[in-house]
Design a protein around this ligand. Structure first.
Ligand code: COA
Ligand code: ZN
Length: 300
């Protein structure tokens, strides 16, 4: 039986865009429900400036409050060397270094050009203690489309992949459709080229937003092109505060529903995932975007 790996990004991508800061205890309760659903890789927050994203303050306290279970890997997003060092001190298992393929979004998001972020990545990789057994992931925002510069040239995304892999081979690279403007043909072409050219030196993941309603079709296109790692956010919350016009992530429950119905194992318990998604949908100001959550529960 084929299987896919689901990376739940709701506690980070989902909560970073809510109007209010969700208290640490509720964030922990949300992560606990995701763990109870069998999710093994969870991005539980980010180590960024609280002035830039107040919703992500106190991620270290969230990490400290999680009851670990065997096989669980907690990930956090970091934009710079300071974030990486704070995340390491907090005991994360995985770091996602975020950089955008387009300069315009990278400047809006982390106040650096793409070149400057690549230079910072070099610093982060040098600083990582090999004994920590930390897994590195590079999150390539605007791999397909930028809210300011429009569609990203495929050649530019491939060249950024090449440059970051020169710094550290063997990592996971998340190709992110930050704005939800990619369509399945964009996804298929880029994934096919990325896997053909760099498939020996990196693992690829697909991180999509459902702004245009193409989310699950894009997941299918990425799967057909060879990707087996998918990001989702419970209840389809999400969005980058620095990507105007983008709406929520593809709902984790929609991704799980798709694969399980196709006979592809996800390792996720759907009824329990729906309980976590219900909780996410109730956060103040949340704009849920899922289909599976609205189906009669026995049919979901
Ligand atoms: N964690 C917490 N605080 C941080 C930090 C981090 N990783 N990196 C910088 N800071 C603080 C500095 O201490 C400084 O604080 P002060 O104003 O109180 O002195 C302030 O942020 C600015 O520091 P500086 O080094 O000048 O950073 P910058 O201006 O280059 O800011 C980022 C860049 C990356 C820190 C900021 O833009 C950011 O946090 N962006 C996050 C974007 C994000 O999370 N987007 C959503 C996910 S895609
Ligand atoms: Zn995202």
């Amino acid at each position: 039986m084929d299987r896919v790996e689901i990376v739940e990004v709701g506690p980070r991508d989902g909560l970073q865009n809510l109007p209010d800061v969700i208290p640490v205890a509720e964030r922990i309760a949300f992560v606990d429900r995701l763990i109870a659903a069998g999710l093994k890789r969870i991005e539980i927050g980010s180590f960024v400036s609280p002035k830039a994203v107040p919703q992500m303050a106190d991620t270290a306290a969230v990490v400290a409050g999680i009851k670990r279970v065997p096989g669980l890997r907690l990930m956090a997003l970091v934009p710079n060397a300071r974030g990486a060092s704070d995340a390491m001190a907090a005991g994360l298992d995985e770091l996602e270094f975020v950089l955008s393929v387009s300069d315009d979004h990278n400047l809006a998001n982390v106040r650096r050009t793409t070149d400057q972020s690549i230079a910072e990545l070099e610093e982060v990789c040098t600083a990582i203690d090999p004994d920590k057994k930390l897994t590195l992931r590079f999150g390539l925002a605007t791999s397909f489309h930028c809210p300011f510069a429009g569609y990203t040239e495929e050649a530019r995304t491939l060249s950024v992949i090449e440059r970051v892999l020169k710094i550290r081979e063997g990592v996971e690279i998340a190709l992110a459709d930050t704005t939800g403007k990619a369509h399945p043909v964009n996804v298929r072409y880029l994934v096919e080229k990325a896997l053909k050219t760099f498939g020996q030196s990196a693992r690829f993941a697909f991180h999509g937003h459902d702004t245009s309603g193409f989310g699950i079709a894009n997941v299918m296109a990425a799967y057909a092109a060879g990707i087996r790692i998918f990001d989702g956010a419970a209840a389809g919350l999400g969005g980058c505060p620095f990507a105007p016009g983008a709406s929520g992530n593809i709902a984790t429950e929609d991704i799980v529903n798709l694969f399980e119905r196709m006979g592809v194992a996800t390792g996720v318990d759907m009824p329990r995932l729906l309980e976590a998604a219900d909780m996410a949908a109730e956060f103040p100001g949340a704009i849920p975007g899922s289909h599976s959550r609205l189906l009669p529960r026995q049919a979901a």
